[in-house]
Write a protein that binds this ligand. Sequence first.
Ligand code: ASP
Length: 595
Amino acid sequence: MESKPVINKTSGIEARGLRNRYVGSLSGRDIGEQVRVCGWVARIREHGEHLVFVDVRDYSGIIQVVAHSSVDLKAEYVVKVEGLVSQRPAGTVNSDLATGEIELTDTIISVLSSAEPPPFSIQDRVEVDEATRLKFRYIDLRRDKMQHHLRVRSKINSAIRASMERQGFTEIETPLLWTPTPEGAREFIVPSRLHPGATYVLPQSPQIAKQLLMVAGFDRYYQIARCLRDEDLRADRQFEFTQLDLEASFVTQRDIMDFISDAVISASKAAGTVASGEIAEITWKEAMDRFGSDKPDMRFGNELVDVTAVFSSTAVRALSAPCLKALAVPNPSSLTRSKLDGLVDRAKGLGAKGLLWLRAVAGADGLHFDSPVSKFLTAEESTGLLDVMQISDGDIVLIVGDEWEKACQVLGQIRLDLGRSQADPNELKYVWVVDFPLFEGIDEQGRLISAHHPFTMPNEDDFSKLESDPLSVRSQSYDLVLNGWELGSGSIRIHSGDIQSKVFASLGISEEEARSRFGFLLEAFKYGAPPHGGFAFGIDRLTALLVGEDNIREVIAFPKTQSGADVMTGAPKEIDAKIWDLLGLSVNVPRKDLS
Ligand code: ASP
């Protein structure tokens, strides 16, 4: 994504204390003013025998300071400069710099802190490896890009808060020292000193606490909440992350979607991006059918086509599958034979049995297919495929045959591989995905797996199928997707003990287990639980997308590396044996290397 317009940083902020101006607020209008600014030495240039030009940087910009060469300055020294705002001499104006027509002259420079040479240049354009950036994160954060991203993040948070307050939500903090929550990820545990051998659990989300707040009558709750999950890290996942978490009573799914739409559109505007006020909606089934994904990137077309009917009585073994999904690749000049072989391997790597490709070629009597498999097709199959695919000379059709969900997923991923580069990086395409199945499958022990979490309300029209055909039961849950990334999910919750018991039973959660894990919530529900529902979306992910970054580490001040280490502080660190004793614990595995 192109860099976003820089947020106006100093308007309305009064410089105080050691300075009376931010450098970024200085302009030609201030010529003749005596000012005091503070900041870091960004660059020093010798000019003749007695003069040096010193660029001084604060968070708002850079100003050129004219000084005597006798001053002892080095890069990244922290200085206070008192001087006169002056017009730069003709021919020396720097139009690349916001303050490029002025400079400070007649200066007195005081060094507030000296500095070692920084381990890398503060200039954005100088590439530095990530390990070094993270080890010296405080230096890295001085860079324009990082300053921009974290300041945009702050704007996003304020816009979300303002949206929530406008919509009547109350911000309430929930505990970090807590008990297992239902999202199903591995949890971080905190040993208790006062109760040796017992532990707290850091919350994967405020899920249960916010449902209790509904029982408590708060009606509309929100929190910009830290959540912790002990899962392997990737570009879009950290152990700790921040989400907008909300819950509301006496509402429908539509109401929750409207609350959240307002929040994300407000956040997008605050980040200086343009997002249309209308968010499209698609059912899970349709998203899978058309885009092969429950988080469809709808910035570009290239939709999947169901061609099962065309080959319903085929003699070609590779085409006799419960479902056949096809994708047209228009004018694929770059899809050489070896690239096509690569796609077959890719499909296999994604779990398909294979992938067939057919190239459309114009002949004397119209289009026909030319490929290793085309000679085995009947004339009806060829024309049938040409009809449904609506392709032209040179286009290629890719086909994957499998169970419906697998065929959709595999070809959906190939659609992304081949098509994502066509997507406009500046476009923001939010989409609501609704009508998810209640259960996403069955585990090795034959138990159903919740698609969201066990408190999700089944779709009322499907109640009767909970026992007879659970995998076809739809839920009242909904995801918000932006440009192919899942931003968050939510649901209308079960507030009746009867339905909850049925869902627990389907999930293979015994009454005893339910009591021991969620007993306090079930108990609370006995005292008058309002119908309620909620949602949570990741602010790290949203911010990354809004500033055009692929990796959420670029919008987090102090992230962990891929291996979960903090290379700056050295965390996680071994602790003193005495502390283990105090906690009543001992460690009997050798320490792993943390690089
Ligand atoms: N607690 C859920 C999550 O963090 C979101 C929700 O259902 O409100 O994924």
